[in-house]
Ligand binder design. Structure first.
Ligand code: DLL
Length: 433
């Protein structure tokens, strides 16, 4: 039987959710107008005042907030509460040099942890469970968010953070962890290490995993489920909006329910900014309805996905978002063709390879080169060059049919590609001068 953390809202009627969103949006716009001069100026430039926003039908009138705004307003320019009322900051890893610092009041933390608790309960978690949180702790939101959610559910929480993989496995076994929270690439690495230690899925007490923070394919889900003998649930979120738990998967495992009492989702055309009809693929934009310290209206995530309001068998009524294919800024344009690493991952796993790969793009004489290094499993590993060449050609054909352009595949020995304990880095783009 499906269980919920806050059934009164998770299963509310669409009319109730809409009424709540209308009410909260009006209040939130007023809060931002009164307290965030940076955004108020943007509204004034667009000729909008809080009076123009009476319901979510008026949302499109508001200006967007982008990563550039966050950079310009860094660090305090988008705050909606005095620092004195804030109790925490979290921050993104800043891999692209654009560090985001988000602020939280105690109320913000409470609501964020509720969202994570919803995700844990949707994955079958109860106060009987032992929840191992192997996301990084610290500035990254993964560890603190799931840790808080796990406490709220009443699970026995093991805050291992990421790293030290053999110790992770020791705790899973010795403390009988039933739920594992980490990035999908780290889950795959933990699974691989267990296998090497001679452990089979039935010797591992885990029953569910809550994996997110990076794009991962359906094929990778199957792979992790088989290796660990669990059900693997997706979870999505971003630091700008709190962290994990903006949306989460239920027993149907077919997309993530967005916590619509806290966030309104829109899909826009990334080029024109125009709002697209439901069911169309585009860039996700979120408006936070309840955040006090760092309230973002119409924040452009750069994540590409689709929303669906089809009735879900789990009983939740929140809109669902499909797995994001990746960020629009992770999308590679190679010889004019759009390529997402997750598409490459699907081809590799379908062909029996592990999700250990690296994409190297360069430009030689004005033409893009596109190399994919793929690790062989120990079973495939051979020094028979003919066999390796045949395998490489097979993969190249698979990639060409998925992507529409040709890649050069290089098979490498097992364990050559660096494993990830957090977000995996799949792409080396040498074209940027
Ligand atoms: O990754 C928050 C998080 C932690 C989510 C733990 C889930 C679990 P950031 O570091 O700010 O926050 O990165 C946010 O990661 O815009 C997406 O591009 C990507 N992302 C997050 N979850 C998923 C997911 C955390 N389930 C950025 N699938 C987002 C695909 C995801 N991409």
């Amino acid at each position: 039987m499906e269980r919920y953390y806050q059934p009164e809202i998770e299963c509310a009627s669409r009319e109730e959710i809409r009424a709540l969103q209308n009410e909260r949006l009006v209040k939130q716009v007023k809060h931002v107008w009164d307290n965030v001069p940076y955004y108020r100026k943007k509204m004034e430039e667009k000729g909008v005042t809080p009076d123009d926003i009476q319901s979510i039908d008026d949302l499109h009138k508001l200006p967007f907030v982008t990563k550039d705004d966050l950079r310009l307003a860094y660090p305090y320019g988008l705050m909606g509460k005095p620092l004195k009322e804030c109790v925490r900051i979290q921050s993104t890893s800043g891999t692209t040099g654009k560090r985001v610092v988000a602020f939280y009041t105690q109320h913000d933390i409470d609501l964020w942890e509720d969202c994570c608790a919803r995700a844990i309960v949707a994955a079958g978690g109860t106060d009987e469970d032992v929840c191992q949180v192997s996301y990084g702790y610290g500035l990254f939101t993964g560890g603190p968010g799931l840790n808080g959610g796990s406490h709220k559910v009443g699970c026995l929480t093991i805050p291992t953070s990421s790293g030290n993989t053999e110790r992770q496995i020791m705790f899973i076994q010795d403390l009988q962890a039933t739920i594992l929270c980490c990035t999908p690439s780290y889950a795959a690495y933990i699974g691989e290490t267990m296998k090497e230690m001679g452990l089979t899925p039935d010797q591992i007490p885990l029953k569910a995993g809550i994996f997110g923070a990076e794009a991962w394919s359906e094929e990778m889900r199957q792979d992790i489920q088989n290796t660990l003998g669990i059900k693997a649930y997706d979870i999505y979120g971003l630091t700008e909006l709190s962290g994990p738990g903006v949306s989460f998967e239920c027993s149907e495992q077919s997309g993530m329910h967005i916590n619509e009492d806290h966030f309104i989702a829109e899909i826009i055309d990334p080029n024109t900014g125009e709002v697209l009809p439901e069911g169309t693929k585009g860039e996700l934009v979120f408006t936070s309805l309840t955040k006090e310290a760092f309230p973002l209206l119409r924040y452009r995530t750069k994540d590409i996905c689709v929303l669906s309001r089809e009735k879900c068998s789990c009983g939740r009524t929140f809109v669902k978002m499909a797995k994001p294919m990746g960020r629009s800024d992770d999308m590679l344009i190679i010889r004019g063709v759009n390529v997402f690493p997750s598409q490459i991952e699907s081809v590799l796993i379908n062909a029996g390879y592990p999700a250990n790969y690296q994409i190297i793009v360069d430009r030689v004489k004005n033409t893009d080169t596109f190399d994919v290094q793929v690790e062989m499993t120990p079973e495939m590993f051979t020094d028979n060059m003919g066999e390796i060449k045949t395998r490489q050609r097979e993969l190249e054909a698979g990639l060409r049919s998925m992507l529409g352009i040709s890649a050069h595949v290089v098979l490498v020995a097992p364990k050559t590609i660096q494993r990830s304990e957090g977000k995996a880095v799949r792409v080396i783009d040498k074209r940027k001068i």
